[in-house]
Design a protein around this ligand. Structure first.
Ligand SMILES: C[S@@+](CC[C@H](N)C(=O)[O-])C[C@H]1O[C@@H](n2cnc3c(N)ncnc32)[C@H](O)[C@@H]1O
Length: 373
């Protein structure tokens, strides 16, 4: 099955020179660094001898409480990129690389070209640039990232456009072929899709399942997406609200498909246990996930991940605890799947592919037939 899935995924991007993608990704990443550094610099000059804690920086920059985790990620990234130092004993930050407004603007000017090379529509490149320019306001919660993303009020269009890029074309094609192969193997097939959202992966899945006897349950936490899904896919699918952090819809299912949603789990291990329980023995979990936070996402889309005041942030007491990361790394995914009764079968892109620079993966994991393993 692996080779037919790889072939389908590669065919979906055969109009792209994938060898150029790592450089474009790096450009997009590094273009976010001056804006991060300049925002952190609002804490006051980091003159020799001045050391500040993360909390002191957050206070001085006036970061809203719900976005403080994100500032923590920025500080980590700036240290990793050599633009800031952290004292290993005290944890205090010092020696911030000075950044002028002009540096921010010059870096931002490289964003539209890099975003286009990665297959993003122009409106998404513009969104990234606007988010860099307004980084301090976003951190202070004086500006909601939704205002920049959904400028024309077209929620689904902008959200969908964000995922309309080379790696998602590749991964969605893979997912469609995986479902096709699974239907060939064991139709009639009961499919549960979680966090189906604007339905980009659904479209590929439905195409892959054409001609098979399938019961497809399209779910999301938001009624908005169910209505949009019904409008788009009609009565051939069923629709229901399902929150991955609450009781799931009753099973069993032969396949659970979850594209870019499982990182919303408050506790990934407990969620995987619930997915194991909702799958039939030998059922297949198909997961698409980002395994690294692109810096450009850290200054834009990740603001959407800040919880409302008083709500828990995903991952604070699971394998992500203490990291301020929303996305699990590839190794964390493989470890968590194995620890919660799943045997990983397929993982794409393959480790040698230039597409790995985009750090988004599809995993298929088969539920063990024994009791929870
Ligand atoms: C990043 S979008 C992904 C949408 C689609 N699967 C795709 O890849 O294009 C995340 C989706 O997960 C949904 N979502 C967020 N939190 C959720 C939760 N706790 N349970 C179920 N769905 C959730 C959102 O409403 C949104 O549609």
């Amino acid at each position: 099955m692996w080779s037919e899935v790889t072939a389908a995924a590669e065919a979906a991007v055969d109009d792209v020179d994938i060898s150029s993608l790592p450089a474009a990704m790096r450009t997009l990443d590094t273009a976010a660094l001056p804006a991060m550094a300049r925002a952190v610099g609002r804490a006051g000059p980091f003159r020799p001898g001045i050391r500040r804690s993360g909390d002191q920086i957050a206070d001085r920059v006036r970061v809203a409480p719900r976005h403080r985790w994100l500032l923590g990620r920025w500080l980590t990234v700036l240290c990793e990129e050599g633009l800031l130092q952290r004292d290993p004993d005290t944890g205090l930050f010092h020696a911030l690389h000075p950044v002028r407004r002009r540096d921010v603007d010059e870096a931002a000017a490289t964003v539209p070209g890099a975003a286009a090379a990665l297959g993003y529509p122009a409106e998404i490149g513009d969104f990234f640039v606007a988010a860099l320019a307004d980084a301090p306001k976003l951190l202070a919660d004086e500006l909601a990232v939704q205002t920049l993303l959904f400028r024309d009020g077209e929620l689904a269009a902008a959200d969908g456009a964000y995922r309309d890029n080379v790696i998602n074309r590749y991964l969605n094609a893979a997912a469609g072929r995986i479902l096709h192969a699974e239907a060939r193997r064991r139709a009639p097939l009961r499919v549960l899709e979680l966090g189906a959202g604007v339905g980009g992966t659904t479209t590929a899945a439905v195409a892959g399942l054409a001609g098979f006897d399938v019961d497809y349950l399209f779910t999301d936490v938001s009624q908005f997406f169910l209505d949009a899904g019904r409008h788009r896919f009609g009565d051939s699918l069923r629709y229901a609200i399902a929150d991955i952090n609450a009781r799931l819809v009753p099973g069993p299912f032969d396949v659970v498909l979850a594209a870019n949603v499982l990182h919303n789990a408050t506790h990934i291990g407990r969620l995987l246990d619930r997915l194991h329980a909702v799958l039939a023995p030998g059922g297949l979990l198909v997961v698409i996930e980002s395994c690294r936070e692109h810096y450009q996402a850290l200054t834009s889309m990740q603001f959407l991940m800040s919880p409302r005041e008083g709500m828990p942030r995903p991952g604070t007491d699971d394998v992500r605890a203490g990291t301020d990361r929303i996305f699990l790394t590839r190794d964390e995914w493989l470890g968590q799947l194995a620890a919660h009764g799943f045997r990983t079968e397929i993982e794409l892109p393959e480790p040698t592919s230039p597409l790995t620079a985009l750090a988004q993966h599809v995993f298929t994991a088969r539920s063990s037939t024994d009791e929870q393993g």
